[in-house]
Design a protein around this ligand. Structure first.
Ligand SMILES: Cc1cc2nc3c(=O)[nH]c(=O)nc-3n(C[C@H](O)[C@H](O)[C@H](O)COP(=O)(O)O)c2cc1C
Length: 218
């Protein structure tokens, strides 16, 4: 169905996608590109085809600054909670590019979208939330293909962000995404580069039959 070039491009995009904090170029994403990226998000699979997400785009500089101030307070509270050695490692790590990215996209999750009888959410209630997260991943990969950076910010109080974008319970804001053109994408994730935490090999994450079972044909 797809040629090798398209297949390889997809794998490249998946591999090169980064969480971006410091590399935003300071230009605003073009509207047509923004719509393409949002359309990719909206193409995500969802339990019972409920599409339980909404996207709130924030571009006003004052509002971006206001949210960034709130996030700075949450970052400080996390830093204060750390033991001395972890605090030293955390200190130089930038955790957001809210103002520099020029665009914030708040993704919300509405657990009531689709009514009471949702096909596939009968026993696993979180499958609704999982669906909204898949929209975020689609957005992230499409943005990477468009040469944009995305940074997921979760250093916020949920009530603050709900008020900020006018979301009423039971709908929840589940992510603030900084989205904008970048100067480059880092090859190595920031948390590895700054010595906070490294990734684990695939072999450690893949299991056959059961989590602790040895592989039969190994
Ligand atoms: C649910 C979620 C929340 C995250 N929250 C933050 C955040 O608040 N600040 C930040 O700098 N990075 C955040 N990240 C980015 C991760 O730190 C990053 O994905 C991870 O270190 C791997 O790096 P990579 O995405 O560049 O591969 C978040 C990622 C996810 C999936």
């Amino acid at each position: 169905m797809f040629g090798t070039e398209a297949r390889d491009a997809l794998y490249d995009i998946i591999r090169m996608r980064r969480d971006v904090r410091a590399e935003f170029a300071g230009e605003k994403v073009d509207d047509d590109v923004l719509w393409r990226v949002l359309a990719a998000a909206h193409h995500a699979p969802s339990v019972g085809n409920t599409q339980p997400w909404d996207f709130v785009v924030v571009q006003d500089e004052q509002r971006l600054k206001e949210f960034a101030e709130h996030v700075a307070g949450c970052r400080q509270a996390f830093a204060d909670s750390l033991p001395e050695d972890r605090k030293r490692t955390f200190d130089p790590i930038k955790i957001e590019g809210i103002v520099e990215s020029r665009t914030g996209i708040v993704v919300t999750y509405d657990p009531e979208r689709g009514g009471r009888h949702i096909l596939g959410r009968h026993t696993i209630d979180e499958s609704g939330l999982f669906s909204a997260v898949l929209a975020i991943q689609n957005l992230w990969l499409a943005a990477t293909a468009e040469g944009l950076g995305v940074g997921w910010v979760s250093f916020y109080e949920e009530d603050f962000l709900a008020d900020f974008v006018g979301v009423q319970a039971p709908t929840r804001p589940i992510a603030w995404l900084c989205v904008g053109p970048v100067t480059r994408l880092q090859e190595i994730p920031d948390l590895e580069r700054f010595g906070w935490r490294t990734g684990r090999p695939l072999e450690e994450a893949v299991h056959w039959d059961a989590i602790s079972a040895p592989r039969h044909d190994a």
